[in-house]
Design a binder for this molecule. Structure first.
Ligand code: GLU
Length: 464
C-alpha cells in the first residue's frame, strides 16, 4: 500500500520570521503538492514567554502572500496539552518513561563533579528503573520530572534525505526530560506526539534540529511507531556568510511584498536556495510544484543573495501578463495615494524591461498619474538655449496633430529635428525629462503617446 504523503511546517512563533525560515515551509508544501499529499501547519507555541500572537499572524500572512497554503491547520500545541498528558501517562505505564526526583541542586552538583573529572555532563540514571535495581527512597516535597527511558545499547540511525546515513550511539544520548515538574511536556516529546498523531510521513526542516532527531526517533519507537523520513536542510547564510538573522539585516517576508517583489519570484528564488532542477534558474510555481523532489536537495549551506533575487524578480515581471503586472503596480501606486487608470497595463509593457521590482515600475508609472518634478540639475543640462526653441516648435506641432498616436508623434518629432538641425537625443532627452521626469527612458513617441495630449502640452510649456 502506498502511504499518502503528509508534511508539515512547525514554526515556533517566538519572533522574527525571515525568508530562510520560510524555506522550511516551502519545501514540505512543494513536496506534498508534488506527491498529491497534504501539508499541515502546526504552531509550536509551548514556549509561553517567547511565543506571541503577533508572530503567529506574521507567519500566517507571509505564507498567505506567498501562496503556501496549508491543507490542515494551523494547529496549536498549547491546545493539545491533554493529548500530551495522555501519552505521558501511557509511557509511564509502559515503562518507557519514569519519574526522576533529582533536585536542581543535585543535578548541579552532579554536573560539577562530571566537569571536574573532564566528563561530558549527563544524567547518571539514578532514578532509571532497571530489573533488580532498588530505587532511592522518594524524597518529600519534590515534584518529579518525567524522563524518557532511552535505550542504552546499540545505536539509532536514519537515512536522511539530505545528509545520507546518520548514526548515533545510544550511549551518547541522555534520558531526556519529557515533562517538567509541573507536568508540562517538553519540546522534543510534543514534536513526536504531533508528528505521530498527524501521520507525518516526511519531516523537512532546518538542520539546526538534527541533534533532536535521534532522540525523537527513539521516542517514536517507544510509542510503537515508525518514524517519518527526515530531510535536514542546510542553513541559509547572509552575504557575509553568517547565519541569516534579523540582526544581520534579514528582512520580514512582507517587506519583500512592499519592496515590489512577486510571490512567484520569491518562491523561485527560495526554491533554488537548496534545491535544483538541472540548470533551470527561472521556473513558474506550477513547474516547481511538479518538479520538487528530495533527491535534488543541496548538501551545503547557501547564501542569500539579494542581487540574484532582484534578477529573478525581473524575469518573473517580464513573464507576467501585463494586466496582472498592472494590478501589482496599482497596489504600489495606491500606497502612494496615486490613482491609476486603464493606461496602466500599456505603461507596464513599455517600462517593465528596465525594472527589477514593481516599486521601480511604479516610479515610472507615477509620472502618468501624478505631477513630475524633474531634477533641477538635469533640467539645466537638457533644457537649454538649443533645445528650448525646438521644444516650443514641437509643442505647436503636437497641438495641431489630427490624432494622438505614437506614429503621428514620431512624425512631429522628425519634422522638428529637421527644421532645427538637431540630433534625436538633443530633443528627446529634454522632452522626456519634462514629460515623465527622466531624460533616459524608452522611445519618446511611445512615452508621450501614453500621456494625454493636454498633459504633454502643459508639461512641455514648462520649458519656458
Ligand atoms: N518549532 C521548530 C522551529 O521553529 C521546528 C520543529 C520541527 O520542524 O521539527 O524551529
Amino acid at each position: 500500500m502506498n502511504t499518502r504523503v503528509r508534511t508539515r511546517f512547525a514554526p515556533s512563533p517566538t519572533g522574527f520570521i525571515h525568508l530562510g525560515n520560510l524555506r522550511s515551509a516551502l519545501y514540505p508544501w512543494a513536496f506534498a503538492r508534488a506527491k498529491g499529499g497534504d501539508f499541515i501547519l502546526r504552531i509550536e507555541d509551548t514556549d509561553l514567554e517567547r511565543s506571541t500572537q503577533e508572530a503567529v499572524d506574521v507567519i500566517v500572512q507571509s505564507m498567505a502572500w506567498l501562496g503556501i497554503t496549508p491543507d490542515e491547520g494551523p494547529f496549536y500545541q498549547m491546545q493539545r496539552m491533554a493529548r500530551y498528558r495522555e501519552v505521558l501517562a501511557q509511557m509511564l505505564e509502559a515503562g518507557t518513561a519514569y519519574r526522576c526526583y533529582m533536585s536542581r541542586e543535585e543535578l548541579d552538583a552532579l554536573r560539577a563533579r562530571q566537569e571536574a573529572a573532564h566528563q561530558k555532563p549527563r544524567y547518571d540514571g539514578t532514578w532509571r528503573p532497571e530489573p533488580g535495581k532498588t530505587l532511592p527512597p522518594i524524597p518529600e516535597g519534590v515534584q518529579p520530572v518525567l524522563r524518557f527511558r532511552n535505550p542504552q545499547e546499540g545505536s539509532v540511525a536514519w537515512d536522511d534525505a539530505v545528509k545520507g546515513r546518520v548514526e548515533i550511539a545510544n550511549a551518547e544520548l541522555d534520558d531526556l526530560i519529557i515533562a517538567r515538574p509541573d507536568g508540562t511536556p517538553t519540546y522534543n516529546f510534543c514534536v513526536v506526539v504531533d508528528d505521530m498523531d498527524m501521520r507525518i510521513t516526511h519531516v523537512i526542516r532546518g538542520d539546526d534540529h538534527v541533534n533532536n532527531t535521534p532522540r525523537q526517533i527513539n521516542i517514536f519507537r517507544a510509542l510503537g511507531c515508525e518514524p517519518p523520513v527526515y530531510a535536514h536542510l542546510p542553513t541559509v547564510l547572509d552575504d557575509r556568510g553568517a547565519k541569516l538573522s534579523k540582526r544581520n539585516g534579514a528582512k520580514a517576508v512582507t517587506q519583500y511584498r512592499d519592496e515590489g517583489y512577486l510571490p512567484d519570484a520569491l518562491i523561485n528564488y527560495l526554491a533554488r536556495l537548496g534545491w535544483s532542477h538541472g540548470d533551470d534558474e527561472i521556473f513558474s510555481r506550477e513547474q516547481f510544484l511538479q518538479w520538487f523532489d528530495l533527491e535534488h536537495l543541496g548538501k551545503s549551506a547557501t547564501r542569500f543573495d539579494e542581487k540574484k533575487l532582484r534578477w529573478v524578480n525581473a524575469q518573473h515581471m517580464r513573464a507576467l501578463p501585463d494586466a496582472e503586472l498592472a494590478a501589482l503596480v496599482q497596489q504600489q501606486l495606491e500606497g502612494r495615494g496615486i490613482q491609476a487608470d486603464a493606461r496602466l497595463p500599456a505603461i507596464c509593457t513599455l517600462f517593465k524591461d528596465r525594472c527589477e521590482t514593481t516599486v521601480e515600475l511604479a516610479d515610472w508609472a507615477a509620472a502618468y498619474f501624478a505631477d513630475v518634478q524633474p531634477d533641477a540639475a538635469e533640467m539645466e543640462k537638457h533644457v537649454n538655449d538649443i533645445s528650448k526653441p525646438a521644444i516650443a516648435a514641437l509643442r505647436d506641432k503636437l497641438a495641431a496633430l489630427p490624432e494622438w498616436t505614437a506614429p503621428a508623434i514620431s512624425e512631429a518629432f522628425s519634422k522638428t529635428l529637421e527644421e532645427h538641425q538637431l540630433k534625436m537625443p538633443k530633443l528627446a532627452m529634454p522632452v522626456r525629462l519634462l514629460a515623465i521626469g527622466q531624460a533616459r527612458a524608452p522611445s519618446v513617441d511611445a512615452v508621450l503617446a501614453l500621456h494625454t495630449r493636454d498633459t504633454v502640452l502643459e508639461r512641455l510649456a514648462r520649458a519656458g
